[in-house]
Design a protein around this ligand. Structure first.
Ligand code: NDP
Length: 295
């Protein structure tokens, strides 16, 4: 029997509804709405789509959205000045600098400037340390969303074998840390890993965050495993089609035949990322306003 398809869209929808209720309560208590500032440099089409959908979701959740679009040739001091201004602005609870930045800009220096209390992407050193030390902080949205789906599906993750494929700062590393914090036994695989298929075959939980279309095959999956596919890859268009199909890093149908549960692409992890961004913004707003964060 084929594995269950985890409906990330529905889960994220329910989460966004709860956030909407929390955002209304926050506005009532604080006398202002929670606010998220998104900074977009240049005109990369994918980034523009992401930023527009983040802005829409923020407003739909009853929060204030501040969009700052800077030209592709903006210089480092001007970008840093904007971040400093947002740090100082009491209406702004969360700051997200859309990555990647154009190559002439130093993204690490920009991220380092963000006030950790407003770092809703969880990328500052302070928040990386908080995650490692199991202290309160703001943690990267995509891995946090993956954890919510995993815990919803599996409950307690203690003692389960997990493999995370990918070790980026944005996804792979924080994902592995969250899994360790939840008492899973974690292997981090990457481009130098030997016998990747064998490594994956041992795992009760597979998180694929690679960026290679359908790389993880069905015969790599342990029967009954839970598979979380973070990858978003656009294939070349079929003849006559304007756009290629979106696929994940996992060969979905093959893997589904063996897995206990699997996230689809699209409609799996993607919607969770935006929902957690809103959640992080609301958590930051409570902390910044000195109001205790509701459970
Ligand atoms: P990166 O390119 O930063 O990292 C990719 C990782 O995959 C690296 O650690 C790399 O290893 C590893 N890798 C590359 N090739 C192989 C291979 N053949 N075998 C094993 N490991 C390999 O990507 P991101 O982490 O930023 O993103 C990963 C994917 O997730 C992308 O498809 C991206 O679009 C998607 N994504 C989706 C989001 C969502 O909301 N659903 C959000 C963020 C990302 P090494 O370190 O050795 O180079």
């Amino acid at each position: 029997m084929a594995g269950d398809v985890i409906d990330g869209k529905a889960f994220a929808g329910a989460l966004r509804e709860r956030i909407g209720t929390g955002a209304a309560a926050f506005a009532e208590q604080a006398g202002r709405k929670a606010g998220l500032a998104v900074v977009l440099v240049g005109d990369d089409p994918a980034s523009q789509v992401y930023v527009a959908s983040k802005g829409k979701a923020t407003v739909a959740a009853g929060m204030e959205s501040f969009e700052h679009r800077l030209p592709a040739d903006v210089d480092q001091p001007a970008l840093e000045e904007l971040v400093r201004r947002l740090n100082a602005d009491p209406a702004v609870d969360g700051i997200l600098v859309q990555l990647p930045l154009p190559r002439h800009l130093d993204d690490k220096a920009v991220i380092a400037l963000i006030d950790p209390a407003k770092d809703v992407d969880g990328l500052t050193d302070a928040n990386i340390a908080a995650l490692a030390n199991q202290q309160p902080g703001l943690f990267p949205c995509t891995p946090f969303g993956c954890m919510m789906l995993l815990q919803d599906r599996l409950g307690d993750l203690s003692g389960l074998d997990a493999v995370v494929i990918g070790r980026s700062q944005l996804v792979g590393r924080p994902m592995a840390q969250l899994l360790v914090n939840a008492n899973a036994t974690v292997t981090i695989a990457h481009s130098r890993t030997r016998d990747l298929a064998d490594v994956v075959r041992r795992a009760d939980i597979v998180v694929a965050a690679v960026g290679r279309p359908e790389m993880v095959r069905g015969d790599w999956i342990k029967p009954g495993a839970c598979v979380i596919d973070v990858g978003i890859n656009r294939l070349d268009p079929e003849p006559g089609a304007a756009k290629g199909r979106l696929v994940g890093d996992v060969a979905f149908e093959e893997a589904r035949a063996v897995a206990g549960a699997i996230t689809p692409v699209p409609g799996g992890v993607g919607p969770m990322t935006i929902a957690v961004l809103l959640r992080n913004t609301l958590v930051a707003a409570h902390r910044n306003a000195g109001i205790s964060v509701p459970a």
